[in-house]
Design a protein around this ligand. Structure first.
Ligand code: F6P
Length: 349
């Protein structure tokens, strides 16, 4: 006799979510389980909004971006009766297990519900930021990097034609994975990330030295999480003031590209423009690589449910899909190591 299995997607949307939903559903249906989708992340569990998932619902969703279930940054632990209501929905819906697909916040809630309420939950890691230490890669990252790389390639021709400095602001809340990887792939002349914050002065020196060598345009990639850093040691986070904070305590980032461009133009005198890639990095169809990783994670999550291995999360180690405790997924941030930044730095200036 199969399970009655719930699936939810929480946090920011990410290319490949639908591929996970399809794989979890397909394998579970094949085993005779019933599958229901929880609408809009934890909000759907709190509010009791679920939909049946069958062959028809998952047909054609593999290449689609976003999530057919919707998503939210709702945290049931942030309202007084959030957890209680989620448990009531669980009972009313006669769920036997839940697959939670999300990043550190969604999986953090999943880990707590498993540990504190003994809920049979399995996790699938998701984030375009690629900053979860328990897995080598997350799906969505490859798509984001591809989009950012294409943007850098395109901006080269305008930078060249106008003798401009083009600053490209990319996503990455805590880490510079998207900036470093797309910057290396796109041949950026300077890359600024939170892990190794080079100073504004160093950034301007690199651009000047390029110009001195006859290269009168530059591409600068900056991660949204980089804080303007000065040789005096002063640091300035941008767009942190007066922006709304979500239920997991995150401010809305964005704006460092503008601030950096202003500094570069003022200090070097070179005409500078900014492109903020924003949500285009998360939108649209996933790359083949992300579809495959998401599919493998989805099958693994369904298998973990089948085996009763709750409190675990699917993870990629090398080329193998394995499982790690959910708690580990959110324990540590995977930052860009110095060796990666050294690759980027070899092409600065
Ligand atoms: O965590 C993924 C991410 O895309 C970050 O890179 C970014 O800071 C954040 O989500 C943006 O969130 P929102 O979609 O709520 O603006």
């Amino acid at each position: 006799m199969g399970h009655r299995l719930g699936v939810l997607t929480g946090g920011g949307d990410c290319p490949g979510l639908n591929a996970v939903i399809r794989a979890v559903t397909r394998r579970s249906l094949d085993r005779g389980s019933e599958v229901v989708g929880v609408r809009e992340g934890w909000r759907g569990l709190v509010e009791g909004r679920l939909v049946a998932l069958g062959p028809r619902e998952i047909s054609g969703i593999l290449p689609r971006g976003g999530t057919i279930l919707g998503t939210s940054r709702t945290n049931p632990y942030r309202s007084e009766d959030g957890v209680e209501r989620a448990l009531r929905t669980w009972e009313a819906e006669r769920l036997d297990a839940l697959v939670a697909i999300g990043g550190e916040d969604t999986l953090g809630v999943a880990a707590r519900l498993h540990e504190e309420q003994d809920l049979p939950v399995v996790g699938v890691p998701k984030t375009i930021d690629n900053d979860l230490s328990a897995t080598d890669y997350t799906f969505g990252f490859d798509t984001a990097v591809s989009i950012a790389t294409e943007a850098i390639d395109r901006l080269h021709t305008t930078a060249e034609s106008h003798n401009r400095v083009m600053v490209v602001e990319v996503m990455g809340r805590h880490t510079g994975w998207i900036a470093v990887t797309s910057g290396i792939a796109g041949g950026a002349d300077v890359i600024l990330i939170p892990e190794e914050p080079i100073t504004v002065e160093e950034c301007c020196d690199e651009i000047r030295s390029r110009h001195d060598r006859g290269k009168d345009f530059s591409i600068v990639v900056v991660s949204e999480g980089y804080e303007l850093t000065y040789k005096t040691g002063e640091r300035r986070g941008v767009a942190r003031e007066a922006t709304p904070v979500d239920q997991f305590g995150h401010v809305r980032l964005g704006g460092v590209g503008d601030a950096l461009a202003h500094e570069i133009e003022t200090r070097t005198g070179y005409e500078t423009r900014v492109t903020v890639l924003g949500h285009v990095q998360r939108s649209g169809t996933p790359t083949a690589r992300d579809r495959v990783l998401a599919t493998r994670f989805g099958l693994k999550a369904a298998d973990l449910v089948h085996e009763g291995a709750f409190g675990q999360m699917a993870a990629l180690h090398g080329d193998e899909i394995g499982a790690v405790p959910l708690r580990d997924a959110v324990a540590e941030l995977k930052t860009v190591p110095p060796s990666w930044y050294a690759v980027a730095r070899a092409f600065f200036g």
